[in-house]
Design a protein around this ligand. Structure first.
Ligand code: UD1
Length: 430
């Protein structure tokens, strides 16, 4: 099992390039099977979640070529089965996008129920409500979600809860339904818009993505396309917070600054200097940071996927901060590890009360999920002394070349796979 060894205390400085958005790529790759013509997708991140999804797609007969690391060509013309029986796929939440895609195209799908990060109950009632409203019969069978329809018909669907996944799944299935679908209370996240743009480039007719009412006029079939995925908002935000917590000066390159406004606004509040360029954002951070209040909300609110990273930075800010988790009920599990590094944080329900400390101190810790894992790496880089983070797998689900990108901006971080390697790494890091 790989571990990260990190020697803290370095200010991050330099430039970091941002890859394609993992969450957009998961939806777009699944949607690419909805046509029988080849689809060429650029800017696909090379992270575990994506690679697992591609493998599962290959197993049902989708032809996948990857001529370059970030370029994937998908040919869904020879799908042999709409039943996916893949134990490993359960580990990624977005496996259920194949339900929307296959139900739309072949009017039937069976996919193992998602796992994903361990951050609380992750219901799928809104997905089921959406598929059912389109005329599908949906059952949960032996740990899988099975949906089948003789015909999909457009409908007016009001989501009871803003859900990124349900919005995406309904958008996919209804693109190939007959008639018009309206999704009310739809999610507005950048990757919802990216998927709509992608489907439209395949001949779909989707309007209003990015607002809370999305209108889809079903078409008979979709065609091939060439498409490039948007930059990853959360990867970018993670490096921005890494700069803030280490009092660094980092230019985050290849981003859409508009997508980062919910993060830059908070960074300004805690005293960081932000410079926005056309496709880059520079974050320089003074010492000390100042406290603030944060509540995670659906886009354009502060993203729940940035909650652990900002909590880590606020743990080092002067004064008392409050972070409220508004999306998932169990997303503060990593705080115990942060307390072992010297943080002063009290969690009550969905709220963390943070009394800033001047410094963290290195410790041996475990990453409980993807974003918390990245946040603990930030804490380690800001800490005094050495931190060992057990098991890098969670982090590799969503961050490409994490330790390489961090090293390039001055972090002292090594990935090691044995005690022997750890010994050698310690000499290099000292
Ligand atoms: C997506 C993101 C994830 C991010 C989350 C919120 C992907 C692959 N993942 O997850 O990184 O943290 O959005 O921005 O894009 N809910 C229901 N019923 C449903 C669906 C959701 O009650 O049918 C609840 C969930 O339990 C949660 C909230 O709605 O409390 C938001 O979930 P949702 O937006 O669906 O998140 P995901 O699509 O799973």
């Amino acid at each position: 099992m790989d571990r990260y060894a990190i020697m803290g205390g370095t200010r991050l400085q330099g430039e970091v390039p941002i890859g394609g958005a993992k969450n957009a790529a998961l939806a777009i790759l699944a949607a690419a099977v909805m046509t029988n013509e080849p689809v060429r997708i650029e800017n696909v991140p090379d992270v575990t979640d994506i690679n697992v999804l591609l493998k599962a797609m290959e197993r049902i007969g989708v032809k996948i070529e990857r001529p370059e690391r970030h370029l994937v060509i998908i040919d869904g013309s020879r799908i042999e089965s709409c039943i996916i029986d893949d134990e490993y796929l359960k580990r990624i939440r977005a496996s259920y996008y194949l339900v929307g895609a296959l139900l739309g195209k072949n009017k039937q799908a069976e996919v193992p129920l998602p796992g994903g990060c361990n951050i609380g109950v992750r219901a799928i009632d809104q997905h089921i409500k959406g598929f059912s409203a389109l005329g599908a019969k949906v059952r949960i069978l032996h740990g899988s979600i099975a949906a089948q329809a003789d015909e999909l018909r457009g409908n007016h669907i009001f989501l009871d809860k803003v859900s990124v996944g349900a919005t995406i799944n309904i958008m996919m299935a209804s693109s190939l339904a007959s008639g018009k679908t309206i999704i009310e209370n739809a999610a507005k996240e950048p990757h919802v818009v990216d998927l709509a743009n992608f489907l439209n480039s395949m001949g779909a007719n989707i309007k209003g993505a990015g607002t809370d009412v999305i209108r889809i006029r079903g078409v008979e079939k979709l065609h091939g396309t060439d498409y490039a995925i948007i930059p990853d908002q959360i990867e970018a935000g993670t490096y921005m917070l890494a700069s803030a917590a280490t009092h660094g000066d980092v230019l985050v390159r290849g981003v859409i600054p508009k997508h980062l406004e919910c993060i830059t606004a908070k960074l300004c509040e805690i005293g960081c200097h932000i410079t926005e360029y056309d496709d880059a954002v520079r974050v320089s951070a003074p010492e000390p940071l100042t406290s603030t209040q944060v509540k995670t909300l659906p886009y354009p609110g502060f993203p729940t996927d940035m909650q652990p990273q900002i909590t880590v930075a606020l743990g080092l800010a002067q004064g008392t901060s409050i972070v409220t988790e508004g999306i998932f009920e169990n997303r503060f599990k990593y705080v115990d590890e942060l307390i072992r590094m010297g943080a002063s944080i009290k969690v009550e329900g969905n709220m963390a009360v943070i009394s800033g400390v001047p410094r963290y101190s290195g410790a041996s810790i475990t990453a409980p999920d993807l974003r918390a894992g990245a946040a603990l790496v930030i804490a380690a880089m800001a800490a005094e002394g050495e931190t060992i983070i057990e098991d890098t797998r969670f982090i590799e689900r969503g961050y490409e070349d994490f330790e390489l990108k961090l090293r390039a901006i001055g972090a002292k971080i090594e990935k090691v796979s044995s005690d022997r390697e750890l010994k050698k790494a310690r000499l290099r890091l000292a």
